[in-house]
Ligand binder design. Structure first.
Ligand code: HEM
Length: 476
């Protein structure tokens, strides 16, 4: 169907059918109206009660909120909230999924995020021993229930109803810590931002048969749904990820790396100021070089100077560019910049076939108050990003991106051995960021700290709605 919306998505599967099967927020975001989020991190207290609660959450009696399917356009239907359920490996076991099924899940998921800490750069201050909210307690972290809502009151109400399901006997929070986030806006421009002040939610894979390619032109081809859903061809020719068994459990499920990422905004701003002092470079230009986009979201590749970024017409497309032609050496967008590392687009990289195969879906909402150096009451408050990274293979997509590309720079020998300057596991003793310049030596920035610290996380599996029914029907 060549990208036509509503056509066949993969094989004989039609889009309307698929959307009825899937949890929401995976192929399409819920949208900005749902600006408040809470992630409930739960432990199962009673397997039978938990299955009863989960059953009510798929075929509800209306006393229990329903898991949101991808079919329901929640905003159009006037729903003030959306609900997702993810299981850790221990969680699948805790609700009674039999060992014969558990054995069919991939090893990085069965081991869990804590066991993969070194690979993910979760060391030192980011090590699981320092995590908040009990997230390092692998045996007790069973479910991550995510509620998005229009307002905090909506989210509070739905969370209460979830906890009351099956007479409140099913599960309980693993700690008193809450994972609450809220969309952040730039007070001047009104733009949706992350804590370092960059515009958010710009570049995402768009899917063949799901998205209209003309709506937001991108030089990258539409991705197959197998990038995030199990049971379809992946983005790597001839490679299909194993579907956990039985088929009803695995098919149309997705894996999620849930990450609680603390951000040191003061440290980031100090660094921009230091570069300005040492090298006479405007802070906004440094910020753009570290990310690959100006804080307005305009890509360096389309607007190499501040004046061009300023003049960039808002109707122009923010994803219609590539690095392969015109900027092979990173003179415009450094090879080590955050968005070029995490998506080299068509650029030549060591793992040639991997350019697009590591693509994943990012759904994140900031937590903590906006950083304002003049507000003593909130200046030192915890802040960061509650990130969900959805993919069909945690090892081949999330981990490969986080490990090989963000923290090792394996994709290009010119950045190998360096970390992502914005989010990588940097250490002032060793950190470097090379900023190539036309006709002169690169500017090499050194001695910067780690600006993003892992505060916790979990690998979860988000089953399809039929899979949730299957889980609810287990008797173990
Ligand atoms: C607090 C942590 C993080 C911050 C502040 C951050 C910030 C950003 C910003 C500002 C953008 C550009 C805007 C956009 O495309 O939406 C971006 C893009 C992106 N980020 Fe991050 N990010 C963070 C963590 C991560 C992590 C952990 C990963 C994956 C391991 C990641 C992967 C990506 C990818 C794939 C893109 C899109 C690149 C493209 O297609 O051009 N980010 N991020």
């Amino acid at each position: 169907m060549g990208g036509a919306v509503g056509g066949a998505v993969g094989g004989a599967v039609s889009l309307p059918w698929l959307m009825r099967e899937l949890q929401g927020n995976i192929l399409r975001a819920y949208g900005e109206r749902y600006r408040v989020v809470r992630h409930l991190v739960l432990t199962v207290d009673d397997a039978a009660a938990a299955r009863l609660a989960l059953g009510l959450m798929v075929d509800g009696d209306r006393s229990t909120p329903d898991v949101t399917s991808a079919e329901r356009p929640p905003r159009e239907a006037g729903y003030r909230w959306c609900l997702n359920v993810g299981f850790t490996f221990a969680g699948l076991a805790a609700v009674g999924v039999p060992a014969s099924s558990l054995d069919t899940f991939p090893p990085e998921f069965t081991k869990g995020m804590v066991a993969r800490a070194a690979r993910l750069g979760d060391v030192g201050d980011s090590a699981p021993g320092r995590w908040v909210g009990g997230l390092a307690d692998t045996q007790r972290v069973h479910l991550v229930v995510t509620v998005h809502g229009w307002t905090r009151a909506d989210v509070d109400q739905i969370c209460e109803e979830v906890m009351a399901a099956a007479r409140g006997r099913a599960f309980s929070p693993i700690s008193d810590d809450v994972f609450d986030g809220e969309v952040l806006y730039d007070p001047v421009t009104g733009r949706r931002i992350v804590h370092f002040g960059y515009a958010d939610g710009i570049s995402q894979p768009r899917f063949l048969g799901v998205h209209d390619p003309s709506a937001a032109p991108d030089q990258l081809p539409l991705a197959p749904v197998g990038v995030v859903l199990l049971g379809y061809p992946s983005a790597i020719p001839s490679v299909n990820w194993n579907v956990p068994q039985p088929d009803v459990l695995g098919r149309n499920g997705t894996f999620n790396a849930f990450r609680v990422l603390g951000q040191d905004v003061a440290g980031f701003d100090d660094f921009l100021a230091r570069v300005e002092g040492d090298h006479g470079v405007d802070r906004e230009l440094t910020a753009a070089k570290l990310c690959g986009r100006w804080r307005s979201g305009v890509p360096l590749s389309l607007a190499p100077t501040a004046a061009e970024a300023e003049a960039f017409h808002e109707d122009r497309h923010l994803n219609e560019f590539d690095y392969v032609d015109g900027d092979p050496d990173g003179v415009v967008c450094p090879i080590g910049a955050h968005i070029r590392r995490t998506n080299p687009r068509g650029a030549h990289i060591v793992q040639r076939s991997s350019n697009r195969s590591r693509a994943l879906i990012r759904r994140g909402i900031p937590y903590g108050p906006r950083w304002d150096p003049d507000d003593a009451a909130t200046r030192d408050a915890p802040r960061g990003l509650l990130g969900n990274f959805f993919c069909a293979s945690l090892a081949a997509q999330f981990e490969a991106m986080q490990y090989d590309w963000v923290n090792l720079g394996f994709q290009d020998p010119r950045i190998t051995g360096t970390n992502d300057p914005m989010i990588g596991a940097n250490d002032p003793a060793t950190s470097t960021f090379s900023w190539p310049r036309q006709g002169t030596e690169p500017l090499v920035l050194r001695g910067f700290k780690r600006f993003v610290v892992t505060r916790g996380g979990a690998y979860t599996f988000l089953p399809s709605l039929p899979a949730l029914r299957w889980i609810a029907g287990q008797t173990g």
